[in-house]
Design a protein around this ligand. Sequence first.
Ligand SMILES: [Fe+2]
Ligand SMILES: [Fe+2]
Length: 274
Amino acid sequence: MRTIAHISDLHFGTVDLPVAEALADELNRSAPSLLIASGDFTQRARRSQYQAAADYLKRLPRPQLVIPGNHDIPLWDVIRRFFFPLNRYRHYISADLRPVYRDEEMIVIGLNTARSFSFVWNGFWKDGRISEEQLVDIRLRACEAPPEMFKIVVTHHPFIPPPGERLHGIVHGSKRALAEMEACGIDLCLAGHLHMGYSGDVRTHHEAVKRSILSVQAGTATSTRRRGEPNAYNFITLNPDNITIQVRAWDGHKFIDAARTHFSRLAGVWQMEG
Ligand SMILES: [Fe+2]
Ligand SMILES: [Fe+2]
C-alpha cells in the first residue's frame, strides 16, 4: 500500500496564506509515501514568487516529485520566456525536469508539459505538450519497470477534460503519449492546470486506447484564482487493484473530506464503487 498527497497549482503570488499554512500542517501530519506537486508554483514566474514557493516546499514532507506548469514560464519577459524559460524553476524549485520516483511498489514518472512556444503552435499560451523525447522517457522508464509495480505518469496539463466539457485544455500529443503509456502498462495519470478536481478513465475521451488508465486531476491547493471550486488537494491511497481518492477541500476554516471515491480494477478495468 502506498499513499500520495497530490497538490497542484499553488500559484505563489496569489496564495491564500491561511490555506497554505493549514495545508503544510496537514501534509506534515499525514506523512504520505510521496508528495507530488504538479506545476504552476508561481503566478508570473517572478523571483519573489519562486522564492516563496521554494521556501514553502522545504516545509513539506519528503520525498517529493515536482514538475513545472505553464505559469512557471515568464509571460511578458520575452527574452527569458523564449531563451531561458525554466531557468528560475531550475534554480529555485528543481534542476530535474525529468523526475522519477521509484520504490518497491510504484514508479512515478514526471513529464514537463509547459512550453514557451505553444502559442505559436497552437494559439494558446497556456496549452502544454508532450514531445518525442518524452515518449522515449516513458518507454525507457515505465516499460522497464516490472508489470506488478504501480505505474504513474504526472503532467501539469490533463489527458481528459472535466465532466461534461469538450476536449479543451488537455495536453497536446496526448494520443501518442497514451499509446506509449498503454504499451508500458501505466495505471494512473495525475495532473492539475484547470483548477478543477475530477477523475475518469482516459478511454472516455480517447477511443483508440484499449487499456483502462485512470486520470485524476487536483484543484488549486492554495491560489485565490479558483474556478467555482474551493481550494483542494487529493490524498490517494494505492493498492494494486484499488485506488481511493480523498478530496480534501478548504471549508473556509480548515481542510475537510469533500469527497471520497473508490475505484476497483475488475478484469483490467477501473470501476467506480458506490
Ligand atoms: Fe494553474
Ligand atoms: Fe496551468
